[in-house]
Design a protein around this ligand. Structure first.
Ligand code: SF4
Ligand code: SF4
Ligand code: SF4
Length: 186
């Protein structure tokens, strides 16, 4: 398959994934998993958040037989959202950067909270929390996981992360240049 056709197929596959970026499929996010399926390197049975519905959609797109979810990737379950225990949160902000959809609000040394309507239940904020004060709870009945919104929010998250990284690099370069000039005048 040509590069352009593989890219188009990967985009069609990605459009059928939930866009939580949870990595449970074993890939770094939905788009890398879609690319691996398009390249014939991964099966269609690896997305627990999408579960049977996503497997059926992928099977239809690719003309394959639906499979059960691969248990090595996890299990399908009712939607859950992250909740921060306010009494235990120390405001370290370590949960902010890992959230792919910027569902956590708070500033360093201040209480953090999850915007329930944004949370996809990906659980990526749990491991970085040093005091284990984030837990997953059943999502309210009104909760909707909208892949289109997830995708838009993830794109904004990545753009912001790239901008911050660039600003950090520039600040370090400016500091080094200043140190060099200071040393040269001594
Ligand atoms: S939502 Fe599915 S495809 Fe996307 S990262 Fe999670 S397991 Fe992988
Ligand atoms: S708050 Fe936690 S569980 Fe919810 S989307 Fe962000 S990282 Fe995922
Ligand atoms: S990582 Fe845990 S303790 Fe730190 S701000 Fe987030 S919820 Fe609070």
């Amino acid at each position: 398959m040509s590069g352009a056709r593989a890219d188009a197929l990967a985009a069609d596959i990605d459009a059928r994934l939930p866009q939580t970026q949870c990595t449970r499929c074993g890939y770094a996010g939905c788009a890398p998993y879609a690319a691996a399926i398009a390249a014939g390197e991964a099966g269609i049975d690896r997305c627990p958040p999408g579960g049977a519905a996503t497997i059926a959609a992928l099977a239809q797109l690719l003309g394959r037989t639906p499979l059960p979810l691969n248990p090595a990737c996890g299990t399908e379950g009712p939607p859950r959202v992250a909740v921060i225990d306010e009494a235990r949160c120390i405001g370290c902000a370590k949960c902010l950067a890992p959230c792919p959809v910027d569902a956590i609000v708070g500033a360093p040394k201040h209480l953090h909270a999850v915007l329930e309507e944004r949370c996809t239940g990906c659980e990526l904020c749990l491991p970085p929390c040093p005091v284990d004060c984030i837990e997953m709870q059943p999502a309210p009945p009104s909760h909707r996981n909208d892949p289109g919104l997830n995708r838009t929010r993830y794109a904004a998250h990545r753009a912001r992360a790239a901008r911050l990284a660039q600003e950090r690099t520039q600040a370090i370069a400016a500091k080094k240049a200043l140190a060099g000039r200071t040393a040269a005048t001594r």
